[in-house]
Design a protein around this ligand. Structure first.
Ligand SMILES: *Cc1c(COP(=O)(O)O)cnc(C)c1O
Length: 233
């Protein structure tokens, strides 16, 4: 239990150092604690240590945990793959979506976003390495999807997200992170509402911060290793 608190303190210190090395001291980096396959008890522990942003990959798995923590002012981020027929829970229960990658899903999230809530902030997932097993649009497709998304009343476009190829050397990852950051800054300069770059996980968040990330998604470094996902889920 003390471990999670301790992990968070170390993580925050590493983020500060990474910002300093990047010449970005004073910039804010949102740490999204990725609690998929971890319990509500673990989330509560992190919450007790001041953590407010949590990320989940499976809406069904997240629902009971969100229920258990209903009294806590937590910002819930949806970071997993989205099937078009499973958008409702996400539109109703989450405060951010990092993994938007097609218009059909965007339209459904917009329609299903409750009117009592603000438009759902969304990030477009970019698969800059064009890995077939991974979600996300290519760099070339980002602008077109962004142009459609900004017209949907239930959504608020905020930026881009990526997961670079696993196990690739730092220099390759840095190229992916930087390309996405540059594209986002270019679109922002054209007037697109883009200010959030969700890049970096346990293994590469320092590199991502060096390449302009201001939102990192961290599971293992906070909660330790995950159990395997049950096959039925
Ligand atoms: C699981 C997951 C993470 C967290 O990964 P760690 O390596 O445990 O930090 C981040 N982003 C996404 C999209 C994930 O699915």
């Amino acid at each position: 239990m003390i471990q999670i608190t301790d992990h968070l303190a170390r993580l925050r210190a590493r983020v500060e150092r990474a910002l300093e090395s990047a010449g970005r001291s004073g910039d804010d980096v949102t740490i999204v604690a990725v609690s998929k396959l971890h319990s509500a008890v673990a989330i509560r522990e992190a919450y007790g240590a001041g953590q407010r942003h949590f990320g989940e990959s499976y809406a069904q798995e997240a629902a009971p945990k969100q229920q258990a923590l209903a009294g806590c002012p937590i910002t819930w981020h949806f970071i997993g793959g989205i099937q078009a027929n499973k958008t409702r829970l996400i539109a109703e229960r989450f405060d951010w979506v990092h993994s938007l990658d097609r218009l059909r899903v965007a339209e459904r999230l917009s329609e299903q976003r409750p009117e009592s809530k603000p438009p759902l902030p969304v990030l477009i997932q970019v698969n800059s390495a064009r890995e077939p097993q991974k979600a996300g649009v290519s760099l070339a497709e980002v602008e077109r999807l962004a142009t459609s998304v900004i017209q949907l009343p239930g959504l608020a476009l905020r930026g881009l997200m990526t997961i670079p190829p696993a196990g690739s050397p730092d220099i390759h990852r840095a190229r992916h992170f930087s390309a996405i950051h540059e594209l986002g800054m270019r679109l922002a300069a054209q007037g697109m509402p883009i200010d959030t770059f969700s890049m970096g996980m346990t293994d590469d968040f320092e590199l991502a911060i060096a390449c302009g990330s201001n939102c990192i998604r961290i599971g293992t470094a906070i909660f330790g290793p995950r159990k395997a996902r049950p096959a039925s889920n």
